[in-house]
Every structure is written in structure tokens, then in C-alpha cells.
Design a protein around this ligand. Sequence first.
Ligand code: FE2
Ligand code: FE2
Length: 254
Amino acid sequence: MITNHETGTRIDEVAAGVYRISTRLDVIPGGFTFNSYLVADGEPLLFHTGYRKLFPVTVEAIGKVMPVENLRWIGGSHFESDEFGALNDLLTAAPAATPFGAEIGVLTSINDYALRPARGLTDGEEFSLGNRRMKWLYTPHVPHGWDCGILFDLSTKTLLCGDLFTQPGANMPPVTESEVLTASEGMRGMMDYYAHATRTSVILERLANLDPSMLACQHGSAYRGDCSALIRDLATVTESGNAKLSRQPRAVVA
Ligand SMILES: [Fe+2]
Ligand SMILES: [Fe+2]
């Protein structure tokens, strides 16, 4: 459903009670989508606030599902403007909401930035939203940020996977069943947004073992299909990219 005809912002239920709010912006040639996910439950949760400038259209979209003041949890994968920019506007609009992020993200950024004290989640921590449980997985540097983590909805097996499988483009369907790795590798070729970390494959294998049924990407379409296989394919290509990099001759500093 389009909720703002000027910006093209839309909201779609991509899994039971999981809503993708998407706005496209012309930040790269061909456009790019910024998604927040609203998880509707007894204690509704918003994963990614969107940019501060997107606050009015994000709130407008949330309002199609529930009053924004009902939000109880507002957080994101790692501290950047597309994940946390509108945090304080949302905390003002939803006075009973608590900000959340990785323990290290709360320590380094969120507790300084946010209007109210934040909840820092530890690796493997689970919490209830009412009828469903969410599990936080700490994924440092995957794809970037030492505060990076992702959230797994255990009831719908939806992996709110942040910047993993980022796909460029403006007109992305809310859900696709076509693989999204080729598009996200195209994006990675254009902009190297992955940290060249040593434990990427180990972390990706852990995510694959969750056996998600949906990858709720922050940029692009949500993917429904064999998510574990796609995550393992991603591990293979990042591993081979890192191997190529390590074979590159290093610059000699005189
Ligand atoms: Fe990011
Ligand atoms: Fe992002």
C-alpha cells in the first residue's frame, strides 16, 4: 500500500505481523530504498528508524497499521543515520518506547544520542513482544560496524538482517522469491560496504543455522526462499573476495 504519493513511501505486510516500510531516495544512480520493519505485537517494535528527514513519511506509514504512540521498542542494527537518524523524533512520538541496540552500540553512541536510556542487547539474548520472541545476534563487522547486530523473529523465522543483501534500485517489490545475492554483489562491487574482517564466514554460518524463511533486508526487497543457502553463498563470495585481497601486493611505504 502506498502511504505517501509524493515520496512513494509504502507499507506491506511481508510476514505475519511484520511490515516493511519503504521509501526510495535518489542517493545513487538508479535510486535506492530505505526500509524500516514494524513488528506488530503486544509490545510493537520498529527495526530501523530511517533518516531523520524521513520521519514524517515513516510515521504516516506506521499510522496505517497502529497508532505510533503504541510503539514500545525502537532500534536498529548499527549506528548510522539510516538506522537511527529519526530515533529521537520517534521517541517523542512514542513516549513509552525504549531505544535498543547492541550493548556496544549503546555504550558508544545510542546512550549519548537518544533522549532516553537505551537497552543494550547481548549476543543470543531473547525477549518477548507478547506473542512472539525475538533473538538478538551480535554480528560485529558483518557487514560493517563493530556495534553491528541483527534481530531474528523466532515465530515467523524472519531475519531482520540490516545491510546484508543490500540491493540497489528504486522500484523494488516488497518481497521477492528470486535470489538477491547477484544484486547485492553488484552493490558491493560498486561500493565496498563490507568490513574486511576475519570472522565473516563464521558469523554468516551462525545466521544460516537459524534456517530463516525470510531475509528482511534494509535496502531492497525482502527475500523469501532458501535463506540458509543464500547466506552460505554470500559467505563463499566474501571469503573468495577476501582471499583475493590478501593476495594483492601490499603498497610499500617508504
Ligand atoms: Fe550500514
Ligand atoms: Fe543501512
